[in-house]
Design a binder for this molecule. Structure first.
Ligand SMILES: Cc1ncc(COP(=O)(O)O)c(C=O)c1O
Length: 343
């Protein structure tokens, strides 16, 4: 029986059609700005998000780092959710490379209220760093893939802007958020100055993310990207994968969400699993098991052909994505049932 890999949507493989588009891509040197396919991807992405410009980057981590580096300088502070990917899982890049400190704000479910935004902004005091920017995450990975209600994002963002902050959106799964809330991706992106989204997750491209925003910030991000060694040459085949993903892989995300829902409902019924179904809004299913250590649970599931991930001391995660079918979900539920039954 083939393995069902539910560790992350980053494990998605390009479809045969995507591979063909990659093989046929027109190429040029992107550091010179001459790769026609990358240029096209950047134009299409900027247009799709309603931003002036966009930049292809190697990863979501680089997109977020550049978004921060163009919005704050050394000695300043940015606000981010205490459970955000940027704060927890991007190796302290903003501090290491930009001298920028993150003020973590604890939220109930990854949604920061306008009051929390206001509260986290530093007062004008010689002892304090200045708050320059704020980063939101939509969908929110460690809070179970919840999608911000558009009104909540608008309110938090408006508060930040009212206080002169720049707003960065970590939209690694921005299109999942749009599909889940029924919002246009432009409406979500309009809440932020700079936005990162990943092509390499649910959209199933093998590599790449995009940072979009105002012309001058994107020009500055291009310099940072070069400094970080992220200037790449004839990469049109990656651009072709990204274009294919934007054209063909967005609408099908609803299928991943439906599969995640079935998986979550099945898990929630099992004794020994704690799972908040209200957070299962997209393709992530975060839960805890109370009978065994998370690492042992992962190992036992893998023995039965199902891969999952431990994402914190207690939390486990299954992620549905392109390549995971409704039958795979049933296989996963059967495996988990056996693991818990034997525990
Ligand atoms: C919310 C979020 N932001 C950023 C990233 C980083 O993306 P990458 O792995 O491409 O660096 C991830 C990766 O899982 C993520 O879930």
């Amino acid at each position: 029986m083939p393995t069902v890999d539910l560790r992350s949507d980053t494990v998605t493989m390009p479809s045969p059609e995507m591979r063909r588009a990659m093989a046929d891509a027109e190429l040029g040197d992107d550091v010179w700005g001459e790769d026609p396919t990358i240029n096209r991807l950047q134009e299409v992405a900027a247009e799709r998000l309603g931003k002036e410009a966009a930049l292809f980057v190697s990863s979501g981590t680089m997109g977020n780092l550049l978004g921060i580096l163009v919005s704050a300088r050394s000695g300043q502070e940015i606000i981010a959710d205490a459970d955000s990917h940027t704060f927890l899982s991007e190796t302290g890049g903003a501090a290491a490379l930009g001298g920028i400190q993150i003020m973590p704000v604890r939220t109930a479910a990854g949604i920061m209220t306008a009051e929390q935004v206001a509260e986290a902004i530093r007062v004008d005091d010689v002892h304090h760093p200045r708050t320059a920017a704020i980063a939101f995450e939509d969908t929110h990975n460690y809070h179970g893939g919840i999608a911000w209600p558009l009104e909540a994002l608008r309110a938090a963002s408006a508060e930040a802007h009212r206080n002169g902050l720049s707003v960065h959106l970590d939209g690694a799964r921005l299109f999942n958020a749009a599909v889940a809330t029924g919002s246009d991706v432009r409406e979500i992106a309009a809440c932020a100055d700079t936005v990162t989204f990943c092509l390499s997750k649910g959209l199933a491209a093998p590599v790449g993310s995009v940072l979009a925003g105002p012309e001058e910030k994107i020009a500055e991000a291009r310099r940072w990207r070069k400094m970080l060694g992220g200037g790449m040459r004839e990469i049109g085949m990656l651009g072709a994968a990204g274009l294919f993903a934007l054209e063909n892989m967005v609408d099908r995300l609803a299928e991943d969400h439906a599969n995640a829902r079935t998986l979550a409902e099945g898990l929630a019924e099992m004794e020994g699993i704690t799972l908040d179904l209200s957070r299962v809004q997209t393709n992530l299913v975060v839960f805890e098991v109370d009978r065994m250590a998370p690492a042992a649970f992962v190992a036992e599931c893998e023995k039965r052909g199902v891969k999952g991930a431990q994402i914190s001391r207690r939390q486990l995660r299954f992620v549905t994505h392109y390549g995971v079918t409704a039958a795979d979900v049933q296989q996963a539920l059967k495996a988990v049932g056996e693991v818990l039954g034997a525990a």
